[in-house]
Design a protein around this ligand. Sequence first.
Ligand SMILES: *Cc1c(COP(=O)(O)O)cnc(C)c1O
Length: 432
Amino acid sequence: MYRIDLPTYDVPKKWYNINADLPIDLPKPKSSEGKDQVGDLPNMLINECLKQELSNKRYIKIPKEVRELYQRMGRGTPLCRAKGLEEKLNTPAKIYYKREDTSPTGSHKLNSAIAQAYFAKKEGVEKLTTETGAGQWGTALSLASSLMDIDCTVYMVRVSFEQKPFRKSIMQVYDGNVYPSPSMNTEVGRKINKETPNHPGSLGIAISEAVEEALADEKTKYSLGSVLNHVILHQTVIGQEIKTQLEIAEEEADTVIACVGGGSNFGGAVFPLIKDKINGNSNTEFIAVEPAACPTLTQGEYKYDFGDNMAFTPLLKMFTLGHDFVAPSDHAGGLRYHGMNPQVSLLANEGYITSKTALQTDVFAAGQLFAKTEGVIPAPETNHAIKVAIDEAKKCKETGEEKTIVINFSGHGLMDYKGYASFMDGTMENSI
Ligand SMILES: *Cc1c(COP(=O)(O)O)cnc(C)c1O
């Protein structure tokens, strides 16, 4: 089967919460004084999201309105066989890719944006603030806020803002208010701008700005596009659909590969499948791929750290490069975060997840090969997963193994002209 479509009535009715099946309990968030408490989170986050963040219930019902919007915005997404790529590689491996690029905003991010904007609206929230790196999350939350008729302010990491000027226009089409971060709107932004003019910005700084704005007003809440458990929870529609689609195709995944920034597309795709591995019922390998320039899982430390640059958030136990880490300005903006989702971190630390790094020029080469053979131009982030999938398929060629490899195709690259342009004209560099 070359393409497994899911009818809208097969869109999942509940989200899967891995907390119920983790091999050991997830360490709780802590305040900076070291107490087990959630600090400012209740003032910052949408109530329902905070409840989900700490929940141990295995399944959480998707509200009817949210499921309807999932359907209207393109779910279920297809699972496609990358036959052209397989033939080009001359590999006995079968490569499938789950097409999260088919959402109107071009990535998986809308799965959580819709849920968060829905709960915000229900709780009387009037404005959401957020950060965005590459612009995918800001775009998704702008659309979701517009669908729910609430305001949305987006702090966009300055280097991405400058690399991708059209991203801003797309967010504005959806009524998003977009500022390059560090901005002059917040204390944090003004301070950094004064100390370091033309600071390139970082996700950590943009989060601090969005949090500062949310804490200053009761009707404003802060919304995060990755890292936190409830965001990954919303993304588990992806993995549940993959499971159904593999059953239809009569396949079992040997390897599932996704890129990791904060862990949401990876966790969303993998958690519903990893459950069987934790229970001892599967041998599937799960590979998380990150940029060599931001090697959180492969080289970070597993410890308590802040989620943002200014240490406003509670401490989370996670793999981290340090909350003051500023990643080099490479093009995979969505993978430039210093930390990692606590659940993904725990499972990596316990050995259920393998992590790998890839160099920017190599991932773009992989992305180009994919585009030439399959048609779709992948997002720079997605290219990381494709690079490792190609490596795995090449290994199969040597060993003769007919592995089934599944890539979570997190988004398309049609807004990433500058990255592809510098790759095609040979000026792209590796920042390490
Ligand atoms: C945001 C983004 C990522 C990285 O974020 P995760 O939360 O780790 O999934 C990956 N791919 C695309 C296309 C993105 O927009």
